[in-house]
Design a protein around this ligand. Sequence first.
Ligand code: SF4
Length: 687
Amino acid sequence: MKPTQEKPPLPTVSHPTICPYCSLGCGFYLELEEGKAAGIRYMPEHPVNEGSLCPKGNTVLEVLNHPDRLKYPMKKTENGWERIEWEAALELAAAKLKGSLEKSGPASLAFLGSAKCSNEENYIFQKIARLLGTNNVDNCARLCHASTLTGLGKTLGTGAMTNPISDLASSECIFVIGSNFAENHPPVSRQVLRAKEKGALVIVADPRITPTSWLADLALRLEPGTDIALLNGMMHVIVSEGLWDREFVRERTRGFSELEQNLQRYDPETVSNITGIPSADIIKAARAYARAGTAAIVYSMGITQHVSGTDNVTACADLALICGHIGKKGTGILPLRGQNNVQGACDMGALAEFYPGYGKVGDPDAAGRMQSLWGAKKLPESPGLTATEMLEAAGEGKIKALYVMGEDPVNSNPDSSQVKKALEKLDFLVVQDIFMTDTAEHADLVLPAASFAEKEGSFTSTERRVQWVEPALLPPGEARADLEILFRLAKNLGLDFPCRDAGEVLEEITAAVPAYGGMTKERLKKDFGLIWPCPYPGHPGTPVLHTNSFRTLDGLARIVPVEHRSPAETPGPEYPFLLTTGRTVLHYNAGSMSRRSKSLLKKEPELYVEINPADARTMEIREGNKLLLETRRGKTEVIARLTERVGQGVLFLPFHFPGTNALTAGSLDREAKIPEFKVSACRIRRD
Ligand code: SF4
């Protein structure tokens, strides 16, 4: 393969870019000296982070310049990894995919896209999968916010954040549930503090006491997995005290009477028994949220990663709808998503059940539109396998060839010992990434990819802001932009793509995804991008959704009653602790990038478990003791950290280190098929 960029000289000073870690899309400048990234300069004019970066953003150069970056394509042989030429690598990948296709049919192929890759890369990735005849294409949104798509999709018609983050500064009440944004999305705190300065009341519902709880005027420490009971309990108070917005409910929604009926069982005393929250606090929270002139709900994976994830999100939407807190500045529902392009990867159709722009697989009109855009005779008609299902199918021998772009399912999927077994059963695994991940170690072929700073393309943040990045640096060795690799692969597969670069792919995206219809590379490069929907050229973008109508057939939102139900696994005599998992400020996702930052590792070097001091006393555990945690899936060694942040009987593990997901279960939400990372039954062994 020829060098990637036979392009104009690279910039030599400050180069604007966006952070490759979380979904906030914080902006900063890379300081370039002689073609190398030598430093970071803050970008105070950026509307989301206003200059600040969290520890991950601040240390991004350590990852970018890391000596472990993959530099050459490599093939696994009897003697270990051997370097091969790009052409040979891509011919091998294409031959293996075509071989499986001919021998076992398109259902034997699976493609795991990446919420770390650009919109253009994910768009082309899913297009390759679908033109090969399979909808077995997905991305890691399945593991973090698939339930946002299903829950907000069925109530509001659009499975995305309703208001920009800056709107929080205009809220009179902010209800945070299942989100520790002070650690995981730190710039959000600034908007919340601005609201507090103006007198806003902040309510934080979380099983743990976190830095976000420190911002709370009212902290509700609920039992893990009881969010629906709390939300229904609040709605019970609001309805029984007549605090709901009659006009909004009458004119803009359907389904209130069914909800009213359902809420009868959720009086504050009953809800207090389920959640562990004093009934007076439930009443106080309900009154504060309903009576506020503007109120917003902020949630994260504490809501989504449950077997009831879709229902949890639905209950959040119901609460906002009955109070009319939606469609205006300072209101709305703000799901804070995970990776930097998790919203975009979904918008681009890297999902088993949706085409680009959320046309449903199985809907003949949606399929027809994509067929005519792509010049395809026929596209596969039934939804494909999701990120977790494709691994399960690989374990059963049904998936023969798997293409993984920029993800590490060994560490990010639940039940990692099963994931490893499944990968070993594949006839062919190809992994395209910037580092040799634990998943890549199982591959037959590894393709070195360019990082965010070495390629061009667009990324969509959690607030639907689409921003364009330009390459600042050359990739190391023979690493290439994911898009370039995909174009070359497509050619080897006999697929004829008219686009030649990311700008041209964006042009095709504007035809495939109506919400991106008015976007061009030039527009996205200016003024920190555009917030979708931006349906036609010249459209300014749409920071606040649902101002006049919802994206349903009749324009009305649906209020959908949901019931509390227990998690798939609850503690008992054999496994007495409730184990929950989550993020910390110093690491990111499965840790493939953040665990390569020396500064971050120095501060947080290993896997630890938070345990309540009272439980520790009973088990004679001291701070720093080595423990063995065990669930029905596996065992993991951890270091004990004694803290009141977790309640008695609860253990917390960050999921950034190998080992955490050896413990978690593969129980899935029925609709979103998101795993229940937040609740497992666990026991502790002393070494
Ligand atoms: S990780 Fe998120 S909050 Fe931190 S700098 Fe990057 S985008 Fe901003």
